[in-house]
Design a protein around this ligand. Structure first.
Ligand code: PXG
Length: 466
């Protein structure tokens, strides 16, 4: 076996990768031509690649490595748990200590009467659970016709059939005949791109009221639930206007619709509170969790469920015919529990609120002075900047959407910074433990990349509004 610390030359690894490894969300031929960037190790907020570059990870992996890379305490817990009980299931009236302890801890941290956890292996699986769960809830309530789940365009809720159907990503729907039946989408609260001449507040209300109109159109007796990310992540870190969520809450309350907050990104400190629902002032019946639950050290996700939904489904007199081999996997659960302990003992949410957010906010907002940048948004430690050829009109580029964003991301990569692009929006979500001096490095590399991108656009004649 090839040792990780003594790996093959990069070119050989790239060739094997291209020959045998099919990547998610990737055009294989283009990747094979270019060769994957191969990450070999990581510590804190820095990745190391097979060529020895030190890359600041402004995305915490895929929005998940919240406590930072390379923690020995999490590795030790995993090793101990593998020795003690590497696996057992939670089907057939069995349980084990990591699953029990983690559920109790999550129930303690979650607001209100969100007291019950159903485990999954990922955020996508958890959202599949949610589809089954809310439909089962209304069945047991004697309202089997309440099946429709309303979501938003440009939402991201995962990549399984259910998750991708809940999501509102049209390129995903286009592949595989999605969405599945009884999932519908309303407009997103994306003022920068879609708000036109309206104030953000009026636009937020208008978009929330699309939910009300959809419920009226379908009939409330057909609608099971509404699902939304408190702040859209993969859609481009879209922070809704302040009017949006209170109005959504009012509408869900008025029509008796279950509210599902997809907290896969916004959970566990990303927005400065334990949950994005607290930051945005909403009271969901169900939360989807994954990613930051274990800081990505082990794959685990789940649904946090309120008393009413839990008691109805669990107390129906029948099995809930649903579950995964790895629901509550003991190693993943033990790691997640330790991760929650680390977040609390090291007061990492306080660090986000009092140190990292205020400092990054000051430096991030200053990027809006850059000639290429329109708005700069940051909630907790999830941020976005909109690239535009004309700030005053919030214009889009004449080039195909994403062309400029991709060029900017390429400059970031070349400057050893992971900053993602979604269309022509740049986004960050660094580890929550990032320090002010690491924030300085992030901003310095981001600014250099924006400068280089701007110069390139100018010389290639691409600084043109649509
Ligand atoms: N809900 C939300 C809000 C997410 O962001 C999922 C569900 C699905 O989780 P899993 O664990 O099944 O991936 C996600 C995942 C990106 C990117 O490029 C975002 C996600 C996953 C992969 C890539 O921004 N979010």
């Amino acid at each position: 076996m090839t040792q990780i610390t003594n790996h093959l030359p990069t070119k050989e690894l790239q060739a094997l990768d291209a020959a045998h490894h099919m990547h998610p969300f990737t055009e294989g031929a283009a990747l094979a031509r270019k060769g994957a960037r191969i990450i070999t190790r990581a510590k804190g907020v820095y990745l190391t690649d097979s060529e020895g570059h030190q890359i600041l990870d402004g995305m915490a992996g895929l929005w998940c490595v919240n406590v930072g890379y390379g923690r020995k305490d999490l590795a030790d817990v995993a090793a101990r748990q593998i020795e003690e009980l590497c696996y057992y299931n939670t089907f057939f009236q069995t349980s084990h200590v990591p699953a029990i302890a983690l559920a109790a801890e999550i129930a303690k941290l979650a607001p209100g009467d969100l007291n019950h956890v159903f485990y999954a292996g990922s955020g996508s699986e958890a959202n599949d659970t949610n589809i089954r769960l809310v439909r089962r809830y209304w069945d047991v309530k004697g309202k089997p016709e309440k099946k429709v789940i309303i979501s938003r365009k440009n939402a991201y809720h995962g990549s399984t059939m259910g998750g991708a159907s809940l999501g509102g990503m049209s390129p995903m729907h286009a592949q595989g005949g999605l969405p599945i039946p009884d999932i519908v989408h309303v407009g997103q609260p994306h003022w920068w791109a879609e708000g036109g001449d309206m104030t953000p507040e009026d636009f937020g209300l208008m978009r929330a009221r699309e939910l009300e109109a959809k419920i009226e159109e379908l009939g409330a007796d057909r609608v099971a639930a509404f699902i939304g990310e408190p702040i859209q992540g993969a859609g481009g870190v879209i922070v809704p206007p302040a009017t949006y969520w209170p109005e959504i809450q009012r509408i869900c309350d008025k029509y008796g619709i279950l509210l599902i907050a997809d907290e896969v990104i916004t959970g566990f400190g990303r927005t400065g509170n334990w949950f994005g629902s607290q930051t945005m002032g909403i009271r969901p019946h169900i939360m989807t969790i994954a990613k930051g639950l274990s800081s990505g050290y082990a794959p685990i996700g789940g649904s946090i469920i309120c008393d009413e939904v839990h008691d109805t489904v669990a107390g129906s007199g029948d099995d809930f015919n649903h579950g995964y081999t790895y629901s509550g996997h003991p190693v993943a659960a033990a790691v997640a529990l330790k991760n929650l302990e680390v977040l609390q003992e090291e007061r990492i949410l306080d660090h986000v609120k009092k140190v990292a957010h205020p400092y990054l906010m000051e430096r991030w907002q200053a990027l809006a002075d850059h000639p290429l940048v329109g708005e700069a948004k940051l909630v907790g430690l999830m941020g976005s900047i909109a690239l535009t050829p004309d700030k005053a009109t919030r214009a889009k580029f004449a080039s195909e959407a994403g062309t400029v964003g991709l060029r900017c991301r390429e400059r970031c990569f070349a400057n050893n910074l992971v900053m993602r692009h979604v269309g022509d929006r740049m986004i960050i979500s660094p580890p929550l433990v990032i320090t002010p001096s690491e924030i300085d490095v992030l901003i310095e590399r981001a600014t250099k990349s924006l400068d280089e991108c701007y110069a390139g656009l100018k010389s290639d004649g691409l600084l043109v509004a649509a």
